[in-house]
Design a protein around this ligand. Sequence first.
Ligand SMILES: Cc1cc2nc3c(=O)[nH]c(=O)nc-3n(C[C@H](O)[C@H](O)[C@H](O)COP(=O)(O)OP(=O)(O)OC[C@H]3O[C@@H](n4cnc5c(N)ncnc54)[C@H](O)[C@@H]3O)c2cc1C
Ligand code: FES
Length: 280
Amino acid sequence: MYKIITKRELNPTVTMMDIYAPLVAKKAQAGQFIILRVDSDGERIPLTVAGYDREKGTVEIIFQIVGGTTMRLNQKNEGEFIADFVGPLGCATKTEGLKKVCIVGGGVGCAIALPVARKLHEQGAEVHSIIGFRNKDLLILEEEFKAASNKLTVMTDDGSYGRQGVVTVPLKEAIESGEHYDEVIAIGPLIMMKCVVATTKPYNIPTTVSMNPIMIDGTGMCGGCRLTVGGKTRFACVDGPDFNGFEVDFDEAMARSSMYADFEKREREGLCNLFKKEAD
Ligand SMILES: Cc1cc2nc3c(=O)[nH]c(=O)nc-3n(C[C@H](O)[C@H](O)[C@H](O)COP(=O)(O)OP(=O)(O)OC[C@H]3O[C@@H](n4cnc5c(N)ncnc54)[C@H](O)[C@@H]3O)c2cc1C
Ligand code: FES
């Protein structure tokens, strides 16, 4: 069992937790993830290591409440326990040799991008971050990104905070104004990462994306997380989650990501009805 040490609401749909998991904290690196189960009969879900404290033995996770399991996780409070917390899994983000990088984060993808920005900042790279949200109420981690970046641009779709527009607008402006990035690292919804790649490809700027397909075992055994990258089948859990954005088949990934939409909708509705009955 793994104890929840701290719990903090970042916005109405995004929660941060520090979990006591000293063996995971000891080895975790930016870009890796864990797989947890809230209860012993619950489903396994992957969440990125958003931070860690090796001395305290804690691992930070930041999750968006989107369905059954994240709803159940969010019902847990400080001092309570979750059943399983396995990791670190996947490959760490490669940052060696990078001197100037643009990090592009979208929505809860910013939680995955933050440890990468921090790592690059700590190793002395110039970090420009662009983070985007649908509106001001969904903004997360602004102060944390400010601390880890030489330059931060916040975008909202409706203009309720920062600049209005999508993240690719300031990215294209920066490239066209002569910023020479060694790499662009994009983490967010599939459509956002696809658009970032469409922006950087004409300038041939190496672009890394973090893929988040359905994962089950997280060890390369089940094939659930397969993607086509450079014409070959790759498993996001062991070969990724980071991949060369120029080589990812985004259209296939988007089609696969909606495969279980009906099942997930039924699970969410079932859970909500259950809550309604309990409240009555
Ligand atoms: C490597 C990786 C890292 C991730 N890191 C984060 C993170 O740091 N913060 C965060 O909020 N989310 C993260 N996710 C997504 C997170 O796993 C899903 O939001 C979560 O599984 C939703 O489960 P649910 O039962 O609440 O929702 P459901 O209603 O079951 O599903 C909602 C959506 O979540 C995704 N999803 C559901 N089950 C899985 C699964 N087993 N594996 C992958 N995706 C799934 C699907 O896109 C689905 O449409 C990550 C996913 C991957 C693959
Ligand atoms: S999650 Fe099973 S192979 Fe990747």
